[in-house]
Design a binder for this molecule. Structure first.
Ligand code: NAP
Length: 541
């Protein structure tokens, strides 16, 4: 299998490890070009973002002498030369590329900066062959803006797509990566109230993380695309097991399968870890009294990477069950003896007027990603389960004025969480349902009804966070002809075999308890079943 030689995974748990630092230093050592960084900040205005820039860059400078930082005031002539007007702005090798950060590459965005430094040092975009075939059709300027937040695990994927485009075509493509926390006015101007969102020439080209090829196609066409079928000469990968989905079920299955001797790969279209990646805090995974969801994911991913190859940012576009099973992603074609569907679940929608029109404009399904933009503002959180209560608490602790809206008078959430809600005096509207979400450009108010009294009222709010459970992601299963239960989950035989020989399931897509620990357990079980079946195929008996 082909590997991207400059791609460096950055699981936080490994950040401190000597081996990881040595690997990074060696990567930088091989880079042919210097990486000059220019930080511009308003004179006498030492804000947290300027300080954060310095801190992050200082950490990276320890990796290589090729990274140089120069600092200037906003009124310096270089600021005029490069048209810098916001404080702080970080320019990356501005003599060669047009890549700038408005804000600071903090938190998750440190990953984007790391990839950017490597690509700039390399002087090469590392775009896939498929993406290169599309980007070379662009023949007029593109100014890309990607709105991000430091707590958004999806953001680096979209931002790095844009960095690659800017490195590939510096004469035509310029890029601004914009931290919504530092630039709320600009985010407001674009009505970008969720992250990531990508604009090119002021046209929205992507909401959420896109696979690289889909992003490049959207950039070329100047409108959001969803499908990308690679050319017929796309790379072919043969496996015994292809795992679709990089959440706890898929990652655990990958570890077990490779340890059993199966040639295995994982494909994941968005952030690894699935729902856990955006869970503010996890308090019931054995071994961790209390751990950030993203931190737990980083630990799992770095463990899985010891064994299994993970193709992140690849979405399955087509698949056929005839043996060998073929699976086409946006980048390559897999021929595999078996497939494990660990596709998880997607956010359930309220399905009320205004919800889809204002998605990303104040309607959000990810408090971890989008919460920072609502600090000091009024928002509502809809739902009464563990997710809604955990996320309401997270928003509250972030400084957001949050009210929980629940359709009954009793929470479904565990008592432990419900108690924290009342301990913190978080307001709750009981027996209340949202009938409509209103606003021109962005959310302004909601129409609610008390379902006991039938009284309606208007609640002014800047944001509507929705956490009302999940719908199993069974589209791929259905394409393969896999049977689903009346509730819409994948039907399996108790050992994770579906009705299609060679096709298995694990995790939230099967329904059940939907806990991280149960998903991991199901992934392990499925991998062991698959190992036994491939040695002794029941479908040949
Ligand atoms: P959930 O447990 O299914 O709860 C969904 C909530 O949304 C319920 O309170 C439900 O109301 C409400 N709801 C559903 N449809 C609605 C609609 N159309 N309009 C208004 N309200 C609606 O979902 P979840 O909280 O996302 O949790 C999913 C799974 O993950 C669960 O198994 C949960 O235990 C697990 N989880 C665990 C933790 C943890 O252990 N810390 C954290 C997060 C999630 P009703 O109550 O009236 O049905």
């Amino acid at each position: 299998m082909q590997q991207d030689t400059t791609h460096v995974d950055t699981p936080q748990s490994d950040m401190a490890s000597e081996a990881y630092l040595a690997q990074l230093k060696a990567t930088f050592e091989q880079l042919p070009n210097d990486i000059p960084l220019y930080l511009f900040a308003a004179k006498g205005h030492e804000d947290v973002f300027t300080q954060a820039n310095r801190q992050v860059i200082r950490a990276f400078r320890q990796l290589s002498g090729k990274i140089n930082l120069r600092e200037y005031d906003l009124d310096h002539e270089l600021a005029k030369k490069w048209n810098v007007t916001s404080s702080p702005t970080l320019l990356i090798a501005p003599e060669r590329f047009s890549i700038r950060w408005l804000g600071a590459p903090m938190g998750e965005e440190a990953r984007t900066l790391l990839e950017t430094l490597i690509l700039v040092g390399l002087g090469k975009s590392n775009l896939s062959e498929q993406s290169l075939n599309v980007i070379k059709k662009i023949d007029s300027p593109r100014n890309i803006k990607v709105f991000v937040s430091p707590t958004c695990p999806y953001c680096p994927q979209e931002a790095v797509n844009a960095v690659k485009a800017a490195v590939e075509m510096p004469e035509l493509i310029s890029l601004e990566i914009i931290d919504i926390q530092c630039e709320p006015e600009l985010a407001n101007q674009y009505a970008a109230q969720s992250v990531p969102q990508a604009f090119a020439n002021d046209v929205l080209i992507g909401q959420g993380a896109q696979p690289e090829e889909v992003f490049i196609l959207s950039l070329n066409k100047l409108e959001p695309q969803t499908i990308f079928i690679p050319d017929s000469d796309a790379e072919l990968v043969e496996t015994d097991l292809l795992i679709i989905g990089g959440g706890p079920a898929g990652l655990t299955a990958g570890i077990y399968a490779v340890r059993s001797g199966l040639r295995t790969a994982v494909v994941e279209r968005e952030a690894l870890g699935g729902q856990v990646a955006t869970t503010p805090v996890v308090e019931n995974y054995p071994g961790f009294t209390s751990v950030g969801g993203k931190t737990l994911v980083d630990v799992m991913v770095s463990h899985a990477l010891q064994y299994v190859q993970i193709f992140q940012g690849e979405a399955v576009m087509e698949l056929h069950a005839a043996k060998p099973i073929t699976v086409m992603t946006n980048r390559r074609k897999f021929l595999t003896k078996s497939v494990l569907l660990a596709t998880g679940a997607t956010h359930r929608h309220l399905n009320v007027p205004g919800e889809s029109r204002l998605a990303g404009r104040g309607v959000s399904y990810c408090s971890t990603c989008d919460g920072p933009l609502f600090k000091g503002k009024k928002v509502v959180m809809v739902g009464g389960g563990n997710s809604a209560v955990t996320e309401a608490l997270h928003l509250f602790h972030m400084g957001v004025d949050v009210t929980l809206i629940h359709r009954r008078d009793k929470l479904r959430a565990q008592d432990f969480l419900a108690k924290q809600l009342s301990d913190n005096n978080i307001a709750v509207l009981w027996d209340t349902e949202i009938k409509e979400i209103r606003g021109e450009e962005r959310v302004e108010e909601i129409l609610v009804v008390n379902n006991k009294t039938n009284e309606t009222s208007i609640v002014e709010t800047s944001g509507v966070f929705i956490a009302i459970g999940y719908t199993p992601a069974v589209e791929l299963a259905q394409k393969l002809g896999v049977e689903v239960t009346p509730d819409g989950y994948i039907q399996h035989d108790g050992k994770h075999r579906t009705n299609i020989p060679g096709v298995y399931s694990a995790g939230d897509v099967e329904g059940g308890f939907k806990q991280i620990v149960t998903a991991s357990g199901q992934g392990a079980e499925a991998a062991m079943t698959i190992f036994e079946d491939l040695i002794n195929p029941y479908w040949l008996k």
